[in-house]
Design a protein around this ligand. Structure first.
Ligand SMILES: Cc1ncc(COP(=O)(O)O)c(C=O)c1O
Length: 468
């Protein structure tokens, strides 16, 4: 079943692990069945025992196998996104990484740090702790909200270590163990994790990008039926679908939230990346009491680790009290650099968007040309394509792509449970030649997993209706 590993990229153990993973993902090795003993498999494949031991160790680490003391190693499924975290993989020069949706660092960043270093001595006579953020940075962030149509003062801003930190702080304050949390399905996996870690019971509202109106109706219905205390929403180039909510949709959402008594945690991580459209004012401008979340990660650089949340001043004080339970303050130097980045951001975004638009178009054209059976959308902004595959085989595709040197994130990662295996998220943040090469490898991986024919797989891999 494993076949000849001669044509695979070394190391051998990784190639063997990849083959076994694919067999499990495709259902050809049933879940729970015992894998051959290491010695037997080594002899059958003409490999060293150490190679098979290392391959089994990799499978166990990744959740595709479990060891049972004294009885062997058994095929398993990795934990779904409701049980496991999404940890960015380390950069690996040999691997094309289409799992992460993160742009490369802006040239603005080193210049900003030079300015920050020059300003640092001015701050040294103070103790350096600013629990809600450096006043200058809070003021600049507030100005941006005001310019977007949501009048904001510095007291209504809390500086955080990125937007995920901000989401997590908001969830810690607003959720209790057992509280309902409405999320879009699909959604951003780490926010889902943050909600679960805060004890939430997740209520998914299906968001089919092909029919955004139906997604809006699903959110309205779920809000009315469940009246959750908190909803996590991304109206600005939703990750992963790219859906942008217009003014009328924001009005409807805000009205539904108000009727349900729900506080929205509105993740605006991708708001600066409008490629063919400019987002309307923030959702929080359409109804009071919501928490807006932002970051410089996608607009300048993820390595900067500066984000924020925006809410009314009393709520910001309570959110700050939660933040200081774990971190007393964000670093002064990074905050000074963030001030310098924000001063130049609008100019730099013009070029950033132009580059991203070109990359999006390359990826879309290549995919439509080389994989015509896939349904490839053209989102108006953000960083990712949410492709529909001809059958439920996203996990199998991920497993088939890895030994070819292409790292992908499978559709189910973005859902609750194991739904969405007929979807694949592909970011366009890499340069065009990398994207072209990645599509070539995708074509090979797609052919390896069935190239258009439905893949027979265990129940867990079939797409469940959105909302399950
Ligand atoms: C929707 C969304 N929210 C939050 C984050 C986390 O961003 P940060 O680096 O600011 O924590 C990401 C990163 O990919 C994201 O896509």
């Amino acid at each position: 079943m494993v076949g000849d590993l001669g044509g695979e990229r070394p190391p051998r153990y990784a190639a063997l692990a990849g083959r076994v993973r694919r067999l499990v993902a495709e259902g050809r090795v049933p879940l729970g069945s015992r894998l051959p003993a290491e010695r037997e498999l080594a002899a059958a494949l003409g490999l060293s025992r150490a190679t098979v031991t290392a391959a089994y160790a990799r499978l166990r680490e990744d959740g595709w196998a479990v060891a049972r003391q004294g009885s062997g190693t058994f095929a398993a499924l990795p934990a779904g996104p409701d049980r496991g975290g999404w940890v960015p993989a380390p950069a690996d020069g040999d691997v094309l990484d289409l799992a992460h949706a993160a742009p490369l660092g802006s040239p603005l960043v080193p210049v900003a740090f030079e300015r920050a270093l020059a300003e640092l001595p001015r701050h040294l006579p103070g103790h350096g702790y600013h629990p809600a953020g450096l006043p200058d940075l809070r003021a600049r962030i507030a100005e941006r909200y005001t310019a977007r149509g949501l009048p904001t003062t510095a007291e209504e801003v809390l500086v955080t270590a990125g937007s995920l930190h901000a989401v997590s702080i908001a969830f810690q304050l607003l959720l209790r163990r057992g509280s309902r949390l409405l999320v879009e399905q699909p959604t951003y996996p780490n926010a889902l994790q943050a909600g679960l870690a805060a004890g939430a019971r997740v209520v998914p509202a299906g968001l089919a990008p092909e029919d955004p109106a139906a997604g809006l109706a699903a959110a309205e219905e779920a809000l009315a039926a469940v009246r959750p205390p908190v909803a996590y929403l991304m109206p600005d180039f939703q990750n992963p679908t790219g859906v942008l909510r217009g003014v009328a949709e924001r009005e409807r959402l805000a009205a539904a939230l108000r009727r349900a008594g729900t506080t929205a945690v509105v993740d605006e991580t991708l708001v600066d990346l409008g490629l063919d459209a400019t987002p309307p004012p923030p959702l929080a401008a359409f109804g009071p009491g919501h928490v807006s979340v932002g970051t410089l990660s996608k607009s300048a650089w993820g390595g900067l680790r500066i984000g924020w949340l925006r809410a009314d001043a009393a709520l910001v004080r309570r959110l700050t009290a939660v933040a200081v339970r774990t971190t007393l303050s964000q670093p002064v130097l990074e905050q000074l650099a963030a001030c310098a980045v924000l001063d130049e951001l609008d100019v730099s975004l013009v070029g950033h968007r132009r580059v991203l638009r070109e990359r999006r178009d390359v990826l879309v054209d290549e995919l439509r040309r080389r994989l015509p059976a896939w349904s490839v959308p053209l989102p108006a902004g953000g960083l990712v394509l949410w492709c529909r595959l001809p059958s439920a085989r996203s996990r199998a595709l991920v497993a088939a792509a890895e030994p070819l040197g292409l790292r992908l994130a499978a559709g189910p990662l973005f859902g609750t449970g194991h739904a969405l295996d007929d979807r694949l998220r592909l970011p366009w943040s890499q340069p065009p030649d990398v994207l072209r090469r990645a599509v070539e490898l995708l074509v090979a991986a797609d052919a390896a997993v069935g190239g258009g024919a439905p893949v027979a797989g265990p129940e867990e891999f079939r797409a469940l209706p959105a909302g399950v």
